[in-house]
Design a protein. Structure first.
Length: 94
């Protein structure tokens, strides 16, 4: 028996963006890879890229990020600029 699946039409086209974290501090043997933070340039680049997308009229309805510090910081920069209310952390994408 087959089921009919109905997918509601979106009011606007949906877009999926896949972003890699911004420039992070280099790996060293004293820092766990998971705990590496964004480099100064990465902080600036993430905010600049988010502003460029906002100026192009794009917005983020949902943000899903890895729990790694550099990934979360990048996602937070986008959320702050694009007006997203929350970031969902998903452990499986680390």
């Amino acid at each position: 028996m087959s089921r009919k699946i109905t997918i509601p039409k979106a009011e606007k086209p949906r877009r999926l963006w896949l972003l890699r974290h911004a420039k992070a501090e280099p790996y060293d043997s004293l820092t766990n890879d998971f705990d590496r933070v964004l480099a100064e340039r990465g902080v600036s680049d993430a905010a600049n890229m988010a502003r460029a997308l906002a100026q192009a009229g794009l917005q983020a309805d949902v943000i899903i990020a890895s729990p790694a510090k550099r990934a979360y910081s990048t996602a937070k920069a986008f959320a702050d600029v694009l007006g997203s209310q929350s970031i969902t952390i998903h452990n499986l994408i680390y």
